[in-house]
Design a protein around this ligand. Sequence first.
Ligand code: ZN
Length: 82
Amino acid sequence: MNNETTRTIRCPRCKELYHVVYPPRQYCPPCEEKREEQIQNVRDMIRENKGINAIELERLTGVPINFIMKIMREGEIGIIRQ
Ligand SMILES: [Zn+2]
């Protein structure tokens, strides 16, 4: 019988295997932490620089623009111009 609450998943980012309890996280814990850190950096930068666009954000935070646009779509940060 399948265990429906625990699964082993390969992290799409660093390819490590990790266990998840439903609902699954997208990445393994170290990558989740890194992701949170990047989101926080972007949020701080937006707060300190009103009207900043995604290209400037990438330059100032080192966070890839694709990731910035992704977290914007996911509602992690407010709407910004590309
Ligand atoms: Zn990972």
